[in-house]
Design a protein around this ligand. Structure first.
Ligand code: PHE
Length: 338
């Protein structure tokens, strides 16, 4: 009889371990524990039968029962630990996984061009200034010596806020604002947004300019040529040819537009340059003495030059962009290239 009980106990123990082997959830293992080791469990049930075992056999049976109990209890414990380790591994950091990529932003080509241009002028000793985009008629036109009936004042080109307030049509009003504030010598460049009532494939209602103004004793057209030549050679390339073509602006006299040798065909003629071999990039000239009168500068004492460069235009030429609209679409595939 005791042999029988011992045998059955061991059998029960083996059976429980076998089931435990296959269990793979905490719930299954808990059920198993209750079934065998719980208060009403199978192993516990056998222990209750100890009463029917003779006194001298009892220790031996008790030993077997205890061994089955502790073996099973410790197997359950380690299985639960292994399970919780695996569970943790699933939810915690796996350093072998590839990282999540942080995408880098890109400066807009206009901003880039603007910065590059300003850097060139800073190296030549210019200061940088900025001014209002909503501008009075006085600064945008009158103080720049635009006669009242000048066509540039016509509603066709200018976006009016009211009779006396406009969206600046160029950065030149900053010439006046700068000279009002400061006595010569003046060496300043002013980048910024400008607005015109114009919209087609090569014109947008908003575009950018960089204005330049130099006023000092004895400034000549030679200085204008020198500064703009250095600019073109540094911004495009040292062998880019440039030419000064007579022009007219109400606030400069004499005036000149600057052309550079076509960066696409290098002068032989192509669609971009209209088969001329030259591309216009800026307007310039010697500050008209009439303008100095508005800011209390003495034209007998000082002279100066000014220029205005269209940023979209030079950006297109430098980076080989053939459609102005690309600057304003904000297509990341386009912007990523810069
Ligand atoms: N403001 C002129 C324009 O927008 C350019 C310019 C600037 C010309 C300075 C001469 C001097 O066309």
């Amino acid at each position: 009889m005791p042999e029988d009980i011992k045998e059955k106990l061991s059998e029960l123990g083996r059976e429980a371990l076998e089931i435990l082997e296959k269990a793979d959830t905490v719930a299954e293992i808990e059920n198993l524990r209750i079934k065998y080791l719980g208060k009403k469990g199978l192993v516990t049930g056998f222990m209750r039968q100890m009463g029917s075992v003779s006194a001298e056999e009892r220790p031996a049976v008790g030993q077997v029962a205890n061994r089955v109990k502790t073996d099973l209890a410790s197997a359950i414990k380690s299985k639960l630990e292994a399970l919780s380790d695996a569970e943790e591994a699933k939810t915690s950091l796996d350093v072998t996984l590839p990282g999540r990529r942080h995408r880098r932003g890109h400066r807009h080509p206009i901003t880039r061009t603007l910065n590059e241009m300003c850097d060139i002028f800073i190296r030549m000793g210019f200061d940088i200034a900025e001014g209002p985009e909503v501008e009075s008629d006085y600064y945008n036109f009158e103080a720049l010596n635009f006669p009242k009936d000048h066509p540039a004042r016509d509603m066709q080109d200018t976006l009016y806020i009211n009779d006396n307030v406009v969206l600046r049509t160029h950065t030149s009003p900053m010439q006046i604002r700068t000279m009002e504030k400061k006595k010569p010598p003046v060496w300043v460049v002013i980048p910024g947004k400008t607005y015109r009532r114009d919209s087609d494939v090569s014109h947008t209602p908003m575009f950018h300019q960089v204005e330049g103004l130099v006023v000092d004793k004895g400034i000549t057209f030679g200085d204008l040529k020198g500064v703009l030549t250095v600019f073109v050679h540094q911004f495009f390339s040292p062998d880019t040819p440039l030419r000064f073509r007579p022009s007219f602006f109400p606030f400069t006299e004499p005036s000149a537009e600057v052309d550079i040798g076509c960066v696409i065909c290098h002068g032989s003629g192509c669609r971009t340059c209209g088969y001329k071999g030259w591309l216009e990039i800026l307007g310039s000239g010697m500050v008209d003495p009439e303008v100095f009168k508005f800011v209390d500068y003495d034209p007998q004492e000082v002279s100066g030059f000014a220029f205005g460069v269209g940023i979209e235009r030079v950006a297109m030429l430098k980076y080989g962009i053939d459609d102005l609209r690309l600057f304003f679409d904000n297509d990341l595939r386009f912007l990523k290239q810069f």
